[in-house]
Design a protein around this ligand. Sequence first.
Ligand SMILES: [Zn+2]
Length: 431
Amino acid sequence: MLKAYKFRIYPTKLQKTHMEKVLDLCRWIYNQTLAYRKEAWEKEGRSVSKFETHNLLPKWKQDKPELKMVYAQTLQNVQERVDLAFKSFFRRVKAGEKPGYPRFRGKGWYDSFTYPQPQKGGRVVNGKLRLPLIGDIKIKLHRPIEGRIKRLTVCRTTIGKWFACFSVELEDNPKPPWKDGSLVGIDVGLESFATLSNGEKIANPRFFRDEEKELAKAQRRLSKAPKGTPERKKALKVVQIVHERIANKRYEFAHQISSQLVKKHGLIAFEDLNIKGMTHNHNLAKSIHDVAWNMLVTLTSYKAASAGSMVVLVDPRNTSKMCSRCGILVEKSLSDRVHKCSQCGLEMDRDWNAAINILRLGLQSVGIQSVEARPLKGTGAVTNTICTIYRNRRIKNVSCCTTHNNFCNRRRSVFRHNSQGPESKIRVRRN
Ligand SMILES: [Zn+2]
């Protein structure tokens, strides 16, 4: 298993200048390599391997002696990045997606460099980060690094903070068996951050609103400042600072929520936000939310694997329209906050109704095909319905778990009804 550690580093002014220079030279190599490969393809119809580009480096170093300021393996890594960019370009072409040709990097658009073998260059010595050719840099090691360090990447944020990111290989701990725990479906929304199928709500954090205001203010100021003036530079900096602060807070928030979720629940069903089509959004509030939701799903998925719970993603179509009791579609606009079913008379919070639908779809996707929406009065009823179906049922070849496959190995488990409380549990017994 790979794990990443990120530490803030505090370079001196001299070191900062050196590192900025390294970034710029890496950018030069990146563009140069890209141009070479592009030309070979356009003129000769030939695709170039990364080893061929490695062989160009000595010649380039002769022509541009300042390249000696950069550690040799770091330069090779830049070419590897170009190689990766091409590989994913071809993959997209093959998959019939919108390809997007690898781009040249403009000034300021290259913000990290890598030491692929930190045993040789780029390691922590006497509490300082030793980078070859650059020197010892003050580093804040807020937690110990466990495992074998595979690579080190030094990166700069938009507002000029520097970080060291260690990629570490850990011994694979045996995955814990699927744990007892409640099953939950989660609907993400704008009014509250998320609604759970047991009726719980996770409120939007305050900072969403506060920071959104700050950002709007900063952006207004930026758009008013005339181009090329010092005011504009200053205003841009403020916008960047706010963006970075939002990103940090959002990350922390998603971490907290995802930890709570995997601790409490054995199965967590989300809407597949990719299907939902979360494109770039001009509405500020919406875009801040979108990123936070995506982050929540990603973090929950990766934590679930080691916590013994699982995450399933379901197709979000009709989840908010469908009645969770009788299954008919009830048309509603965004402003209708209550789900009112004309057929069965169910009346409940709109998001709660959606969350129950998501849970049902999630269970279907792990192998239960015939879970019907049954009369649901509060949570107990929901989970009871599901438990009845699970009872004593042998499930063969449980798969379709889109996020991680470890559950798929757990075939032939016996699902048993365990308790009847509002958070009914399901026990898994392995044969
Ligand atoms: Zn109904």
